[in-house]
Design a protein around this ligand. Structure first.
Ligand SMILES: NC(=O)c1ccc[n+]([C@@H]2O[C@H](COP(=O)([O-])OP(=O)(O)OC[C@H]3O[C@@H](n4cnc5c(N)ncnc54)[C@H](O)[C@@H]3O)[C@@H](O)[C@H]2O)c1
Length: 321
């Protein structure tokens, strides 16, 4: 019998990651795209490690894994994985900690600029031959000297602040777990109370995990207190913003606009009112889908598995369960 470790790659990853497995003498691997529970159960029971993207890994699947030692998340969020079951089965959970902050931070700037510069309206004006009507269009908004609140000052928040500073924005940080010293060193101003802080913001960008404390954090009663020119961006996790409340707030002109990369349910149900709301800019959970980032994530998710079995997986990549 082969003593090679069996690696299950759930959902395909960039070839650069697969190359690491193909060239490694100690591993056998299989990539699966069929996410039916029966298929995953039959494969998971034999594997020593798995790499997973956004597919759900509930307790019953994890409990079926007799040999599984490491779950390597392709990405940094792990709300799709039952962490209690992983802990109970003594399974290590790793993330691609160094791969995607830049891509997500750039995506936030892309949304912020598109919304504030009314990209769709101005673009269609020219393309529909209405250039001469430009004086009748509603004006755009500058980022210069505007207040932005970054909620969550981890990897992505700390990458975003540099880009906001490049646009000479005033950056406020809401993250109870990061010290004033670290925030100020990077040019931000720490705020302790989210509800008070949002009232003065021209932009708000969310970079916190989804959990029981953050679910529906942005709801109608908070949206009601925001400035009318506020732009809200969520490239963290759906569920942090209440989507029905956001739709209502946008329709009532309580805020200027919103940019969402993530949704409560993915893909969003076709009845989701935000799909028909012109004041919201959407992307299909693709903030990290740059060519460069997909290569980094593909390599890191596999390298984490290799490093784990070679007993040199960096602590910063391991989630404390
Ligand atoms: N759209 C995408 O494709 C994409 C890609 C990567 C990450 N994400 C999501 O972005 C988010 C941030 O990722 P990261 O890599 O920066 O994570 P991180 O763990 O490095 O940072 C998260 C920060 O949030 C803070 N935090 C936790 N709970 C909080 C709370 N209740 N209020 C305020 N701050 C709180 C933590 O102290 C930490 O500093 C995660 O939700 C992740 O799932 C999305």
């Amino acid at each position: 019998m082969s003593d090679k470790k069996k690696i299950l790659v759930i959902q395909s990853i960039h070839k650069a990651g697969i190359d690491l497995l193909e060239n490694h003498p100690n591993f056998d691997f299989e990539v699966i795209e069929n996410l039916d529970t029966e298929n995953i159960i039959s494969k998971i029971s034999e594997c020593d490690a798995l790499s997973i993207r956004t597919a759900k890994l509930p307790a019953d699947l994890i409990n079926n894994s007799k040999k599984l030692q490491i779950i390597s998340r392709h990405g940094v969020g792990y709300d799709n994985i039952d962490t209690q079951a992983a802990k109970k089965n003594n399974i290590t959970l790793s993330i691609t900690a160094t791969a995607n902050a830049v891509a997500v931070a750039e995506h936030v700037m892309f949304m912020l600029l598109n919304i504030s510069k009314r990209k769709d309206m101005y673009d269609s004006t020219v393309k529909s031959g209405k250039f001469v009507e430009r004086n009748k269009l509603p004006k755009t908004i500058e980022l210069w000297n505007k207040n932005i609140l970054i909620a969550g000052f981890g990897r992505i928040g700390q990458c975003l602040i540099k880009r906001c500073k490049g646009f000479e924005m005033n950056v406020f940080i809401y993250d109870p777990f990061v010290s004033k010293e670290i925030i100020e060193k990077l040019g931000g101003k720490k705020v302790d109370n989210l509800a008070n802080a949002v009232k003065d913001m021209d932009a708000i960008s969310l970079h916190i995990p989804l959990n029981k404390d953050t679910e529906n954090l942005i709801n109608y009663s908070l949206l009601k207190t925001m400035k009318k020119n506020c732009i809200l961006i969520n490239a963290a996790r759906g569920g942090i913003i209440n989507e029905v409340d956001l739709d209502k707030a946008l329709k009532e002109n309580l805020i200027f606009g919103a940019g969402l990369d993530v949704f409560h349910t993915e893909p969003p149900d076709e009845s989701n009112p935000l799909l028909k709301n012109d004041k919201v800019m959407l992307s299909p959970h693709t903030a990290a889908f740059t060519e460069e980032c997909m290569i980094r994530m593909g390599k890191e998710t596999i390298q984490n598995i290799i490093d784990f079995f070679e007993k040199k997986l960096d602590k910063s990549k391991i989630i404390k369960l």
